[in-house]
Design a protein. Sequence first.
Length: 426
Amino acid sequence: MSTNAELFARAQHSIPGGVNSPVRAFGSVGGTPPYLVSGKGALLTDVEGTEYVDLVGSWGPMILGHADETVVNAVTDAASHSLSFGAPHEGEIRLAELVIDRIPAVDKIRMVNSGTEATMSALRLARGFTGRDLIVKFAGCYHGHVDSLLAEAGSGVATFSLPGSAGVTDPTAAETLVLPYGDREAVHEAFTEHGERIAAVITEGAPCNMGVIDPGDFNAFLLEKAHAAGALLIVDEVLTGFRASATGAHGLDGVVPDLVTFGKVIGGGMPVGAFGGRADIMERLSPLGPVYQAGTLSGNPLATAAGIATLSQLDDALYAQLNESVTTLISAFDDALSAEGVPHTINRFGTLFSVFFTDREVRSYEEAKSQDTNAFARFFHSMLSQGIYLPPSAFEACFVSKAHTPDILDRIITALPAAAKAAAST
Ligand code: PMP
């Protein structure tokens, strides 16, 4: 049987950097990523037979834990009827209705295959609806690898400290105004100067791709500013949707945007995204309206089956459990790091949290970037060697699931003192 190192070396020959998404390569923490063979509940197993407690959850979707029986059965049943129709089926309507019933901003919704596709389509729709060209985004917010949204993005782009991406043309970049997160004066100035050209403001429900930042009432402010100028507010809930709370960021700040993007949890681990919102805007989409948007595999029966089986199991008891788990973990992280004198700040938004290795308050990308990423790397590797799989970057949220029961949390808590010691050492 191959080892992790052998597989990672072999992968370099056939896959750029050995990975299909950059953060997986452990670029910022160094070392070899484990090659996973199975997941059950909160646990992952790699090719070497090593078991890990998973705090990544496939970057958000696995809110019920890995290989949840109901979800697996739903997907297996759907597969037995066909892997893809490329034609209408009832599952698409059921998933759309589940989202519409829960999210007040969504009158109509369209399925796509990733979060990137969702934000890309939402931007086109916003431009088509308003007849304007400019988009406002915030530094450190990641909305997928859409050309115009890569400027000062978080996530992998933050990890690799890239200003954006090669291959994005200047005219495309010039259609995006990038502002510091939370900077109301900058938003005011952008609208004063370019108000008539701004089609939409896009923001994460809560920034989670520069680490977690609580938006407070920033989204409400953005809605007001956008509407005053005839622009739309797009809240990207690809990560926070059905995750931060039962109704995502909306459930915590009550803001009803014009368009919302989804991904991750609504696909239960299948490749899924969606965008939805006000009926009058959504009805500008083809075939009703002039804004073209399509997808061979969109609304795929396996994806909708996984989404329906996942959303149907998300009840108040689950979110209460997730919130309690996060409270327990935050206090354990805080205790362990404090005991070793490691500078740290822990931010939380609903059931999402992240640890920044700085004692400064973190409310923006600039502040997030001021953390000690080397201390994080030492902390990360100590946790990994003790069987705890954290996101391999200092700019990501941690994800817990229904399967993170008290005994699983204890395994994480037991590993913390040694990891804090490692972070403190130089
Ligand atoms: N928006 C946000 C807020 C995200 O966190 C992500 C992915 N982490 C995306 C969009 C892009 O989603 P995908 O990776 O499915 O394209």
